[in-house]
Structures are given as structure tokens and as C-alpha cells.
Design a protein around this ligand. Sequence first.
Ligand code: SF4
Length: 237
Amino acid sequence: MELQIATPPQKRNVDAESSTEELIAWSLDRFADRRMVMSTSFGMEGCALIDMYAVHGKPLTVAYIDTMFFFEETYRLRDRMIERYPHFEFVNCGTTLTPEQQAEQYGPELWKSDPNLCCRIRKVEPMKGALAGADVWITALRRSQSATRANIQVVEWDWKYQLLKLNPLAQWDRPRIWEYIRAHDVPYNELHERGYPTVGCTHCTAPVAGASAGDYTRVGRWNGQTKTECGLHGDGI
Ligand code: SF4
């Protein structure tokens, strides 16, 4: 299905009662002369949010961090998103440190011996580069994704990266995201239909028995470890 450029309702200001659509329209208007960057890992939420911004027909930088440990399915999804949203600039901000170089410098299977360091090298530090010079950071985080995300605000200041952070989907739940994906024929990772509620690096993502595409749980991430977040959001690592 081709992307239909819509004309959503415009609103001069937003408040706690504003809809997601109004917030998105407001942000594109309010920060038109600022550098806005949306980050995505091509999760279901991220794909939906990209689509919600895309219908406005305005350009936007979409940064993603290729850890070089993506699933093949994720690379295929990335290519579909780039093709579907040609007025967005998708920028890979991933590290240039190859897995082989990482093994040489830090030892084999760093994701097992020190996953926090691995995430810092392959995600957190590259994100600093992705957000360098940005005024506004747009994410697809939701409160109900985890305890560490329970208190995120729709509009908040990010102390770690020192910029305004917009979380337009903060109040959404997974079934609503899934409904949006299907209603708008948004591309999504085929792994969601094969038991992967979320999809990260190959080394740190496992399928969850009985999970369907509309379910959300992070138990398949960093399976068997105490780690639950990569450190991109909040104080992290
Ligand atoms: S998710 Fe795993 S493999 Fe990916 S950067 Fe973090 S520790 Fe490394």
C-alpha cells in the first residue's frame, strides 16, 4: 500500500489533553527551524511512529544504530521502511568497530562477558553521535513497556543527552500499536509473528513461547541476565 499523505488537524499549542496526532503536528510546526531527530531500532512502535510523522509529508531525520548484530529480518525491514518513506532521511549512526575488532580489543563474546560495555560501545556511544547538534529527540517509547519507562513524559528534558525529548506514544499500549500497524499497512518485523515480541541484537534476543505479534514483553531480551535495558534511555549505563 502506498503512503497516503494526510492533512491532520493543526493545533497552535498542546496540553495534557492533546491527542498523539495533535502532538505530532505541533512538534513539526513548533520545531520546524530546529534539528529534530527520531531514533528507531525498527521495533513495532518505531515503525508506527515513523508512519504517523510521515503522513505529514515533511522531511525528518530518522537515526538508527546498526550494531552489526541485527537479524536479517531487521535489515529487510529497514530497507522496506527506506523505500516506503522516501522523504525521510534514514541515517545509520552505528559504530565502525567491527565485531572482529571488538573481539580483538575486548575479548570474544563481549555481550556475554560484559553486556553493558558491549551496549555502550555499540549503542550508547553511537547514539551520542546521532544526537550531536540535535535540539529535539523523538522516540517511540511507551510507559507500559517496562518499569524503567513507567514515568516517561510525552514531552520531557533528557538530562543524559541534554535536549528536549518527545515520546508521543507514551500512553499507548501494544494492542493499540498493533491495531495501528494493521490499519495503515505499516511494515513490521516478520519476527514478531515468529515469537519475538521485541527484536534487538541476535546475541541478546530470544523468542518467547506463546507470544503473538500483538503481545509485548521484554523477557526475551538479555535472557538469563539481570540486564533489561541497553542504556539508551534514562541514566542507563
Ligand atoms: S544488545 Fe547485546 S549484542 Fe547488542 S550491543 Fe547490547 S550486549 Fe551487545
